[in-house]
Design a protein around this ligand. Structure first.
Ligand code: FMN
Length: 186
């Protein structure tokens, strides 16, 4: 049976490399019978977690009521979460990090609508040609995934890509489509 896959994008470039990775992944996942949705975190106003501990005090996960609340219904029906973004400073772009910080609400024991996400993956575009620049973020995402009890299905590492849209000249988009196709239903 197909899964419900939520793809969170994090590049401020509308036709950027990681956006194209996201779209190729989605194409592959849809062709394999999965249902997908895309949330463009870079174009939403999402602040960092305020640690107010007022999660769920309004009828939403985050009491702050910024545009993270638009992602909540998508998160709550997802079986899998995929983050597609450019590597910034060897790490997540701020927009993606702010999104991840807000997942705190779903760890609360009194979460009104707990997540049912079972697996995760990343699609990353990076300018550097040295693959080891991704070591830190992969380690960090591994910890995040195990803390969230997500089965981390891996990272598509598109390295040596800088100019907007340059990824079209590589085979990374075919790889992303294949990655989407091969997501196993469980
Ligand atoms: C603020 C900023 C920080 C960046 N930091 C890194 C980095 O640490 N390592 C790297 O390989 N590329 C870095 N890059 C390059 C981007 O990851 C690269 O250009 C990527 O292809 C952009 O993807 P996009 O088109 O999806 O935005 C950085 C770019 C910006 C704008």
């Amino acid at each position: 049976m197909g899964k419900n896959i939520l793809v969170i994008t994090g590049s401020p470039r509308k036709n950027g490399n990681s956006e194209m990775l996201a779209d190729a992944f989605i194409k592959g996942a849809q062709s394999a019978g999965h249902e997908t949705s895309k949330f463009e975190a870079a174009f939403k106003k999402i602040n960092g977690c305020l640690a107010c501990d007022k999660c769920w005090s309004a009828d939403r996960a985050c009491a702050a009521g910024d545009e993270f609340s638009k992602a909540e219904p998508l998160l709550e029906k997802a079986d899998m979460i995929v983050f597609a973004f450019p590597l910034y400073w060897f790490s997540f772009p701020a927009q993606i990090k702010a999104f991840i910080d807000k997942l705190y609400a779903y760890l609360k024991t009194d979460a009104k609508r707990p997540l049912k996400i079972k697996s995760s993956a990343m699609l990353i575009a990076a300018g550097d040609e040295n693959i080891s620049v991704l070591d830190g973020i992969k380690k960090s995402f591994g910890f995040i995934s195990s803390y969230m009890k997500w089965d981390n299905l891996g990272t598509l590492e598109a390295i040596g890509i800088n100019v907007e849209g340059e990824i079209k000249e590589t085979d990374y988009l075919a790889k992303a489509e294949e990655f989407g196709k091969q997501i196993i239903s469980n």
